[in-house]
Design a protein around this ligand. Sequence first.
Ligand code: TGC
Ligand code: FAD
Length: 405
Amino acid sequence: MSVTTENEEVKKRNFVDEFEAPDFYHLDDLLTEEHKLIRDSVRDFVKKEITPFIEDWAEKNHFPEEMVKKFGEVGAFGPTLPLEYGCGGLDNISYGLIMQEIERGDSSMRSTASVQGSLVMFPIYSFGSEEQRKKYLPKLASGEMLGCFGLTEPNHGSNPSGMETHFEDKGDHYLLNGAKMWISNAPQADVAVVWAKNEEGRIHGLIVERGMEGFTTPETHGKWSLRASCTGELVFSDVKIPKENLLPGMSGLGAPLKCLDKARYGIAWGAVGAAMDCYDSARRYSLERIQFDKPIASFQLVQKKLAEMLTEITKAQLLNWKLGVMMDNGTARTEQISMAKRNSVEIALNIAREARQIHGGMGITGEYPMMRHMMNLESVVTYEGTHDIHLLILGANITGISAFS
Ligand code: TGC
Ligand code: FAD
């Protein structure tokens, strides 16, 4: 995107990605050499493959399909799943750092990666048969296949237990009917992990493949958010599902919620990446922009904004790191993940707004990333459990009283 402005210097500077990550409390001291290597290689990848193009993709509402293979090459899909399936075999801190760096580039790109890794590969690995793992995981890890995750329905968003999508046992196959809505990657996906009820009303995961008769994926148009991600519906009209496509390992709402734990953890890191990008842009702009014969960085009100942004980023980085340690030793609870997802998205949205203000009028243009991050974060604050749903998950844990039932 190009904006008509006389300030050619500011324009020229922004053709180069000058991002410098804030690390005020030396989080690097808590990372291993391998963590830093992974983080730095994904950071370089984002500077080369995402930030030079993202404004254009977002402006044109374009999902760059070629990124799917590239994400596979950089190891962004299923990084914590075992090497034997072509995955990364990494720990959860590495996974978090990868999500942070990708979302520093753009939330749409992180969405593509986290849906594939945490919501498609993770359930196939955790609840799938060995045949299903071998059939799908290597192709999903390499980006040869793209997947999507169908939980939300037109009438059931925050309350997925009410889902209407259902399947019947027809002897040698299942017959699937219903519809899912707001599904990331759907229009381009080769394969969908779909949650549906059986005749007894028990929720199961089914693997639905593109090309199955009666299965369509209409695209959702008119989004002002996540414009470089494709979103759509999944429509099932008497779709015959082979019996071997049912995920045998777990049933009940707990199964998709387990996947959401993994994905929400990734979002907690990712949203901090978006916040870091906005903060860094504001810091650099404030040092260059002269008003009243001084850099605007010299004004106390601008310094206050920057100091508060850095404080919130630092707190969130430390929260995420500790949560990652708990994910790795198996002690992280859903409520702790809710707190981190909720906190990261809230601080990122606030920081995007404050950073936008520091850029003055220039802040509303595609020359700078804040408006794009801000619009993206309006989806991030809604999907994978809205801000208020996460508050109520915390509230139920604090009081022992669920606000849902
Ligand atoms: P509730 O009664 O609390 O729980 C139902 C059953 O599930 C069990 N459970 C869990 N099991 C494993 N892991 C977890 N984290 C679990 N949390 C709960 C629970 O023990 C119970 O088991 P059982 O055996 O007793 O039946 O369920 P509820 O109906 O009251 O709902 C709870 C609520 C509202 C918190 C939950 O449904 C929720 O999280 N709603 C938000 C929906 C949501 O997050 N949707 C996300 C859709 S996917 C998406 O947005 C992808 S965007 C991706 C991108 O582009 O990046
Ligand atoms: P609703 O549930 O209708 O909520 C509307 C409002 O009511 C919210 O503010 C909510 O907090 C509030 N509310 C609801 N219940 C309560 C309550 N008990 N107490 C207080 N307030 C309440 N879903 C998938 O399955 N797969 C995907 O890949 C996927 N990708 C998405 C991509 C995008 C861009 C978007 C926007 C959404 C995506 N979703 C996906 C769906 C997403 O998870 C839902 O939008 C989200 O869970 C909220 O559901 P809803 O939109 O139906 O809102």
